[in-house]
Write a protein that binds this ligand. Structure first.
Ligand SMILES: [Zn+2]
Length: 121
């Protein structure tokens, strides 16, 4: 267990903020993402900097561990990217397809039994 530089309270390394005084403990968060098989051996590293000038930096790493290129975006662009990368809503589409199919079946049964109401407007 480490000590918070602000208040001296005990903090665990995984904490982003000090639970005793709220001071920011970590200023950089890093996550690696595996490449698609077409780019086997490469990796995408995304670093989020929680500083006075917050930014998210993307870097492409080759198989030897070297950075091929990198670009940083501000928080606003990072949020826009997060929206762009949201998975398609397959479940909700699948559910509405199932409901449409069920409704079509109910409608067909009503038609065949002659109980379908008609309007004469
Ligand atoms: Zn503290």
């Amino acid at each position: 267990m480490d000590a918070c530089a602000q208040c001296g309270g005990g903090v665990e390394e995984r904490f982003r903020f000090c639970p005793w005084c709220g001071a920011t403990l970590r200023r950089k968060f890093v996550e690696f993402f595996r490449a698609h098989p077409r780019d086997a051996g490469k990796a995408l590293r995304v670093s989020r900097y929680v500083t006075d000038e917050p930014q998210v930096r993307f870097s492409v790493w080759d198989a030897s561990g070297r950075v091929e290129s990198a670009v940083s975006v501000d928080e606003r662009e990072a949020a826009r990217l997060a929206l762009f990368l949201r998975p398609p809503r397959r479940f909700s589409h699948g559910l509405s397809d199932a409901l449409r199919s069920y409704a079509a079946g109910v409608s067909a049964r009503r038609s065949s039994t002659g109980s379908r109401k008609t309007t004469s407007s």
